[in-house]
Structure formats: structure tokens, C-alpha cells
Design a protein around this ligand. Structure first.
Ligand code: AHG
Ligand code: MN
Ligand code: MN
Length: 339
């Protein structure tokens, strides 16, 4: 039996870059470790009522925490003990978290993350995830600053997600393709199962919360119609698939071939999803998988963020599908064009 673990893979890749110091490798391994702890809790989430989790005090006297708070704490703890990351920007925390213990203070990297994405799906046993973006810090001395996070996605050093699904997988990129690792829970190892992930040739899925149809830009409405029209040559009508956990929708769409859209609406022009830790990691992965990610007008990875929790519309998937949606946005929804 021949297999490669996440740790082996990371070490092998590091050896290909003689100038690499090993710090990024360590950081990625730490994310893998935190993911295993979160996976364990996610797996037994359904026992909450029976076993008295969430809001209860356990036998050690520790208060049981909500899963997204638990995930946040686990990732923060792992990054803190690793020492390569000097600050974290998390969906769960208004401000950046400075890691200023003796080791972390000198870390070269900052991490933006959504510790538990799709958390409203937990109670119905639907796949959820973690998203992360790794940037090199920009400031050179003292504590990390907000400006270390306010970098366009094209500066990303690495990004990825963990999907807690029927299997748990860690999928990441450092800008040299996308690789996916499946957790073998019996031995607690992530094993390389999806090397060099690419969008397939034939793509016919579209993923969007169509209930918002009447507040979508006209360009998006036209695109939905385009997806529903019959045209054998272009595989239409497409199929709708929408889980409501971005990680799960993106993961399926890379594997099966499809576009994911979370556009702006008349009420909220920038949509719902967060630029730094939802849109950017997904955009980096999509591009590395041969796809494209846009806010309807601009490449997601070129957007200069102004705030930690800034939102952005996103159209992400195979190049042709995203370009078709962009064309319709340009034609029919120029009022949504960012200034
Ligand atoms: P989170 O659980 O981190 O708040 O994110 C939920 C997000 C994302 O995962 C998903 O794609 C989207 O919300 C679904 O939103 P709608 O319910 O508006 O479709
Ligand atoms: Mn989320
Ligand atoms: Mn979340």
C-alpha cells in the first residue's frame, strides 16, 4: 500500500524550494491539527441534546461551547502554539487577534479565517467547513497591524478549506495547483486523495440562493435564465445545487463542475460573503484549479480590502461560466459596478 500523508506532502514540497525556511510548512501542519480537533467535535454534534453539550458544563467543569466558538478557539490555539503566525483575523472576532507571546511575536505570517462556515447547517447534519487565507505580514516591527491583513488576494501565500462532510478533507494551494487530503479517522491522518484538482471539462451546475431572485441585479437574473434555457450544445439546462455552506458548494463545484454565485442585492450591494476569509481563499483555489473568480466586474484577487470584515459579491467557477455571468452583469447591471 502506497500513500502520502499531508505532513509528508508538505515536507516534500518544502524540499523543492531550497530558500524555504519551513515556517509555512509548520503553519499548514498546525491548521491540519486544529482541523482534526474540530472534526471530532463536528462528528458528535448530533449528540448535543443527549449528552448535554453546548451551554452545559462538562465533567471537567469546562463550559461546553458552541461549535463555531470551539472551532475558533482551536484554530487560534494551534496557530498560537506554532509560532509562525503573529496575528489572526477571524469571522468570530471584531478586531484582529495579536499573538504576542515570545514565539508568535516573530511569526512572518498573518491568517484570516472563517473557523466554521455554514454553521447554521450543523443541526441538520449538512456539510460545513473552515476557510483560511495566509498572508506574509507587511509591517516589519512591533505588533502586527490591521494593515497586515488589508492586502489584495493576489498576495496570498497559501489558502484553503477544510470540509467536514461525509468525509473530512483538507484542500489547499500555495499557488502551485490545488491538492486535497482526506482524513482517515481510524488513524487520524490526512492522506493525499485528490492531487492537482482541476475543474472538469464538462460543467453544468449552478449554485445560487434563488429565493433572492427579485432583489438580484438584472444581470444575475438574466444569467439564471441562461442556465435554465434548453441548448444541447452547451449542456443546458444546467442543474441547480445549493447547500448553503459555501465550502461544500465550492468543493462540489470544483469536483463536478459548476459556478457558485453570491451576488449583491438591492438591499446589500456587496452581498453577504466576506472578502478576506471567504471570497479570497475560494478565488485563489478556483484560479489554481483552472477557474475564475470575479465580483461581477473585477478579479476578486485584485480587490484592495479596506476593512477586515468587508463583504464582496462573488461569481466563482469554470472560466466560461463566470465570463458569461460577467458579460450579463456588464450589459444589464452597470449600476452594481464598484466605483
Ligand atoms: P457562516 O456560517 O460562516 O456565517 O457562512 C454562511 C455563508 C456561506 O457558507 C453560505 O454560502 C451562505 O452563507 C449562505 O447564505 P444564504 O443562506 O443567504 O444563501
Ligand atoms: Mn462563512
Ligand atoms: Mn462562520
Amino acid at each position: 500500500m502506497k500513500f502520502k500523508t499531508l505532513t509528508e506532502f508538505i515536507i516534500e514540497k518544502q524540499a523543492e524550494y531550497p530558500q524555504a525556511s519551513g515556517e509555512l510548512s509548520r503553519l499548514l501542519s498546525d491548521i491540519g491539527i486544529a482541523a482534526k480537533f474540530v472534526n471530532r467535535e463536528v462528528n458528535r454534534a448530533g449528540l448535543g441534546d443527549v449528552m448535554g453539550y453546548a451551554g452545559e458544563v462538562n465533567v471537567q467543569g469546562e463550559e461546553q461551547k458552541k461549535l463555531d466558538v470551539y472551532a475558533n478557539d482551536q484554530f487560534i490555539a494551534a496557530l498560537k502554539s506554532g509560532g509562525q503566525c503573529c496575528a489572526i483575523g477571524s469571522e468570530e472576532n471584531e478586531e484582529i487577534i495579536i499573538l504576542d507571546n515570545d514565539v508568535s511575536r516573530h511569526g512572518k505570517y498573518v491568517v484570516a479565517m472563517d473557523p466554521l462556515d455554514g454553521s447554521s447547517n450543523i443541526e441538520s447534519n449538512v456539510s460545513i467547513g473552515t476557510l483560511f487565507s495566509i498572508y506574509r505580514r507587511r509591517t516589519v516591527r512591533g505588533n502586527a497591524q490591521l494593515e497586515d491583513f488589508l492586502q489584495p488576494g493576489r498576495n496570498l501565500v497559501a489558502a484553503g478549506y477544510v470540509i467536514y462532510g461525509s468525509s473530512t478533507m483538507l484542500v489547499y494551494t500555495t499557488g502551485y495547483g490545488v491538492n486535497g487530503f482526506t482524513l482517515d479517522p481510524s488513524v487520524g491522518l490526512f492522506i493525499l486523495s485528490h492531487p492537482d484538482m482541476k475543474y472538469p471539462e464538462k460543467c453544468n451546475i449552478y449554485s445560487i440562493n434563488e429565493a433572492n431572485y427579485f432583489s438580484f441585479p438584472e444581470g444575475v437574473r438574466k444569467y439564471i435564465h441562461y442556465c435554465q434555457e434548453e441548448d444541447a450544445a452547451t449542456n443546458r439546462p444546467y442543474s441547480t445545487r445549493y447547500i448553503g455552506s459555501m465550502v461544500a458548494d465550492i468543493h462540489r463545484n470544483i469536483i463536478r463542475g459548476g459556478i457558485f454565485l453570491y451576488p449583491g442585492t438591492t438591499k446589500s450591494k456587496k452581498g453577504k460573503l466576506r472578502l478576506l476569509y471567504e471570497c479570497c481563499p475560494v478565488a485563489f483555489l478556483a484560479e489554481q484549479a483552472g477557474g475564475k473568480a470575479s465580483d461581477g466586474f473585477r478579479r476578486i484577487l485584485d480587490i484592495q480590502p479596506a476593512m477586515l470584515h468587508e463583504r464582496s459579491p462573488i461569481f466563482v467557477g469554470p472560466v466560461k461560466m463566470v465570463e458569461q455571468a460577467e458579460n450579463l452583469m456588464r450589459l444589464y447591471s452597470s449600476e452594481f459596478k464598484p466605483d
